[in-house]
Structure formats: structure tokens, C-alpha cells
Design a protein around this ligand. Sequence first.
Ligand SMILES: C[S@@+](CC[C@H](N)C(=O)[O-])C[C@H]1O[C@@H](n2cnc3c(N)ncnc32)[C@H](O)[C@@H]1O
Length: 570
Amino acid sequence: MSKLAPTHQKLRGGYYTPQPVADFLARWAIKSPRDRVLEPSCGDGVLVESAIKVLIERGADRRKAVNLVQGVEIEQAERLKVLGRIQALGCRPEAANIHLGDFFTYCKENLADHGLLALCEQRETASFDAIIGNPPFIRYQNFQEEHRKPAFEIMQRAGLAPNRLTNSWVPFVVAASFLLSEQGRLALVIPAELLQVNYAAELRRFLSDYFRQITLITFQKLVFDGIQQEVVLVLAERSGNGVSGIRTVELSGVDDLADYEHTDFIHRELKPMDHSTEKWTQYFLSNKEIGLLRELRTHPQLTESGKVIDVDVGIVTGQNDFFVLSGARAKELSLKKFTRRLVSRSGHLKGTIFSAADWQANAEQELPAYLLDLPDRELSELTEAAQKYVASGQAADFDKGFKCRIRKRWYVVPSVWTPDAFMLRQVHGYPKLILNETKATCTDTIHRVRFREGANGSLIVAAFLNSLTFAFSEVTGRSYGGGVLELEPNEAEKLPLPLKNAERLDVFDLHEMLLADQIDDALEITDKALLIDGLGLSRREAKALREIWQRLRDRRINRKHSAIRRAAVS
Ligand SMILES: C[S@@+](CC[C@H](N)C(=O)[O-])C[C@H]1O[C@@H](n2cnc3c(N)ncnc32)[C@H](O)[C@@H]1O
């Protein structure tokens, strides 16, 4: 099996659905031998094949089954493979409706006389009973304009506002939704980003408004080999038999689907849809837990973190290899006088206090603890050693990297300032603020925090450590394949903080506990002071918050990276 060049494969988003997933989606979506089925981006036809097989299983004869399925694929070579599969099923490929071309143009040209929406509203023939697919994942910059334009038009007609972050799969979901009949069922393989990225926020609202019932199936193990793309199966029903809500099903891997009966879902708790742009991570919680978080969101005694802290990204050097140095290296280059103290890894921040002794210890271990902070002057005005070092950077083309190239002087790092505290940008176990007792600054692997006027830094650092703020961090941030929770500065400023009774906490004691890896003991103290005595929550509610945090944390950490099947792009 010869592989396509990875770039080509990537540019058209060509990662194919494993057979067990394809069969599962087709069985879920196709209910009768008369169902009209659409596959909007067929690839080599794995889903088309499953659809025809299921129609036959449901009682359709071969000729009818082929007629009921429509497909679209942009690559002729792939389209021919679809026809090959149809033939292998004993059907006539000539009878198949596998269109060559762009799906959005197909929507406009082949299906609509007066535009897609007019079509969906007016012409019954246009609608499908089942749409199954795995739309391509193509970033805006690679999403060819001739396809992007009609795609974005469809989104705009739906009242959505696509932008430069919109990935191709988003308009695929929207356009496909509009092509469904009143009772239609949509079954798609979608990047798990749907659940939490901001660029899919509008889509989350659209889906919860457009569909009565949604089931999300997630996997602990990666579905596709060769790419770090986590996916989720979205099973969305227009009518949902009159019952509305959203439910989640977490499986270990795609092989588990074989043991799953679709009727099993009915026993899973349906959660009321939150018709907002909020992240869908919350749906991994029980109704009771979701209710608790929603109630607490508006608790009058909670302070939004942004009221007391200003969170900013760390320093973007543009080229850490050049600007981040160990003490020995800075000395060897005679550049020490142009350096500033630095924290370059979150692992260098232990506990909740970063002291001068901590920085010293890092420097003595020859960790990269210095930032090259050259003065904003002409090269000729710098020392000979500095000039020589800058020249060596240019020889290595460091000045041509995007971040350096756009500066007036590429060797002068902008926005160098010392924060009052650090905040982990990428969280493994739990989020935290770390009081900065030094003059050190940090690179952008860590956020820089300033306390707002009048705010007591030590109390805020101590009060940040509690089960409620931890639980909200998990539903506010996003996690990627590696199991790390990432909080953007604007998200870090939206966390609820219980500050009442914070003066009862001792930040040094908490620091010692974290150094000794006793986070649970620390939370016993902080939850009692802040949540139970401060906010008036019951013990049970405080415990529930701890469990929410632990479950969401374990869920993201446990998502493993073993893959099931290499994408069969031959
Ligand atoms: C992620 S693959 C999935 C293929 C198949 N649906 C499956 O599940 O295995 C996406 C497919 O979309 C095709 N594609 C990319 N852009 C397209 C477009 N604008 N219109 C139709 N198909 C497109 C790619 O060539 C690729 O075969």
C-alpha cells in the first residue's frame, strides 16, 4: 500500500474512518430500507460501503440501496475507489451517485436553485434521512478559497460568523445539518475540539439549537494513527422522538463499539442542553453536578479571578535557543550583563512560592535561567561580544523567523517585565498561582500575573487552591491529546475564586504541603475555610466539587495515545 505524500494527505484532510466506526455510524443513522443517505466527503468509500450494506440489511434490494446513497468526493482517485467498493458489493457502479467535486459547491449547484436554505425549506427532495461522514480537517490557510467561499456563505446564512480560525469541518457540519429531513439523523466523526475550542463555540450553540437530541461518544485511545487528532462521534437527531437533551458515552477504543447496541444509549442520562457557546466538557458530569456548577457560577460571594488578577502571556522570545541561556553559557559569551533572571519551564516552579533561593538553585544546576535582554540600540552601539553573538544568530537565520522578523531590531525582545506571580499555562495535576519573590520573568510556557490594585497577593495565591476553582478550571480550559489542561489568559481571568476567609490560610504552609505532594491535605484545609465556612456550602457539595475536578482531571490524563488503525490512504 503506497502512501500519499503526507502534505497532500494533510491538505485535503484525508484520514479515513476505521471500519468498526463506519459500520456503527451507518447502523445508528439508517433506520429503514427507504432512507436516503448522504456521505459529504467519501474518501475511499468506507462509509458508503457501510451505508449500502446497512440498507440491504434493513431490506432494500441492491439496486435500490445504491440509488438511495449519494456521495461527494473531491479527489477522482478516491472517488474511483468508492465505485470499486460498490462493485465489490455486487452492485452496479454506474447506478451510483458519487459526485466528483467540492461538497459546498455541490450543495449550491446540484441541490439548490435558490441557495441552500431556500432549498431545505422548500424542496422535500433535497433532504436526506441520514447523513454519515468524517469531514476533512483543513485549517483556514489551507482551505482553498473556491471551497471556503461557498462554505462560509452557508455558515453566514445560518447566522454564524466564520473567521480565520474556522476549520473546514465546521461548515461541513453546518451544511450537512441543513440537508437533513425533519426526522433526519446526522452521524459524524468530528475532531474532539468541538467540545472545547473557541472557534467551535458558535457551532456548539448551533447544534444544540438545531437538534433535539445529541449523543457524543469519546474514546480514551486515539482513533487515527499518525496524527494526534482526538475525535468524537456526534450522533444528532432532528426530532429525537420528542425527547431533548445531550448525553455522553466514554469508551476505551473503537473496538468497544462492536459490543455496543444503539439502544444501550437510551439508558444513559440525558442532560438538558445548555443553549450557549459554553464548552461541552461539562456534559461528562452528571445532571446533579452540572446543576451544582451552574448554580455556583452566579454565587454572589464568588469573585471572578479577573477582578483581582491580570493574566498575560509570558515572554515570546521568537527563538529560545538564542535568547534563553544558562549561566555558564552567558558567561562564556561575555553576555551576563545583558541578562535577566528567567523561569523557562513550569517544572521549575515548585509549590506556590518562587523565592530568590529557588532561582539560585535553578541557576546552579545550569538550567536555562537567564534571558538575553539586549538594549534597544543599534548593533554598532553594543559590545563586541553582543555584536558577535547577534551575528551568529543571523548566520543561523534566527532573524528570519516570524516573531523576530517583525521587530524593529530582531535581537531586542519586547515586553520584558517581571510579574507579581506566575500561573501554569499547561496544567498536569492542578492549576496554581505561584508568588514571585524574585526579579525573574518567564517565557510563554508560563503566564505572567499582576495583582490588581488593592489585591493581597498571598491571599489570592492561597485561595486559588480549592476544589471549586479547580473544578471550574477543568470546564473552562481545554485539553489536548497529551492530557494537559491549557488555560488561555482570558480563560484564567474567568475562574471563580472564593476569597472570603482567605486570611485564615497560610500560604507558606500550603507551599510546604505542595512541595510534599500533599494536595489533598491542602484542599481539606482550603475547602473547609473557603467553601464550607466562607461560601456556606455543605460538606457534601464541597466533596462533589472535589470529585468533579478529580474526574475531569483523570479523564483528560487517561486519554492514551495508542492508536487503532493507520489511515488507509493508498
Ligand atoms: C477525513 S477524510 C474522510 C473520508 C471518508 N469520509 C472516511 O470517513 O473515511 C476527508 C475526505 O474529504 C475529502 N475532501 C476534502 N475537501 C473536500 C471538499 N471540499 N469537498 C468534498 N470532499 C472533500 C478528502 O479528499 C478526503 O477524502
